[in-house]
Ligand binder design. Structure first.
Ligand SMILES: [Zn+2]
Length: 247
């Protein structure tokens, strides 16, 4: 695998072992603009790797160092995500640089193949890592890598889990503002999966944003923060996937 070294000054020391792989889109006009920014000491941002639209891979920070890509974020109760993750920036204009027709720019197969190859290469060194989007760990602030990112394809390649929630049932269970004991159970489930959910029994703003993040990743056809049966099936499938079988 050919990797071009473009060292960034924006890193410090890890204080935690590596357990997560965080995927981002750059959300800038060009990959070069993103690379320049991540190598600028003033910007104070970086990632370990950046993958261009043509599949070219750049390394900015050594894997044993702490790159600065996550910002304020949380997963499984840990908030120092920069310390326990490896960050990959994927060049894509995203929501800020849409196509002429206003839709999100697609990810080319050659680029996604590079994401898959690099991720597997990283895991050959660190063991299996939990693969997350920036939106999963910072649902209040971030929507990258976006609803066009091919999570199902990654899962088919062995990276991350894709829930086989058959039911496209859109009957509504909880809307924003709903107060219900069932909401508390849902929030516990979201926290169990890893999301930074608080158990309040109310579909508060934080919970709505987490549901949007979950839909953006697992049900990109409808991202509305409303908990319908299909959304609940996805939550159930994720919990089931991470729980060992009964003996
Ligand atoms: Zn990001």
């Amino acid at each position: 695998m050919k990797i071009t070294q473009t060292p960034s000054p924006n890193f410090d020391e890890r204080t935690l072992p590596i357990s997560l792989l965080i995927l981002h889109y750059t959300g800038m006009e060009t990959g070069q603009a993103a690379l320049t920014r991540m190598c600028d000491a003033e910007a104070k941002v970086s990632a370990h790797y950046m993958i261009e639209e043509d599949g070219q891979i750049f390394q900015l920070v050594e894997e044993d160092k702490r790159a600065w890509h996550a910002g304020v974020s949380e997963w499984q109760g840990e908030t120092n995500i920069n310390s326990n993750s490896i960050g990959i920036e994927i060049v894509n204009g995203g929501h800020d640089w849409p196509q002429e027709d206003g839709t999100l720019p697609p990810f080319a197969d050659v680029q996604i193949n590079a994401v898959i190859a690099l991720s597997k290469d990283i895991m050959s060194r660190h063991g299996e890592l939990t693969v997350l989007g920036h939106s999963d760990i910072a649902p209040m602030r971030k929507i990258d890598p976006g609803e066009h990112f091919p999570w199902a394809g990654l899962a088919a390649a062995g990276l991350g889990f894709w829930p086989d929630a058959a039911a496209e049932d859109r009957r509504i269970l909880f809307e924003p503002g709903t107060r219900d004991r069932g909401v508390a159970i849902l929030q516990s489930g979201l926290a169990h999966i890893g999301y930074g959910a608080r158990v309040s029994g109310i579909m508060d703003e934080g919970s709505v944003k987490i549901i949007e993040a979950l839909q953006r990743r697992y049900r990109p056809s409808q991202i509305d923060g409303i908990v319908d049966i299909h959304t609940m099936e996805i939550v159930k499938a994720l919990i089931s996937h991470m729980t060992p079988p009964a003996v």
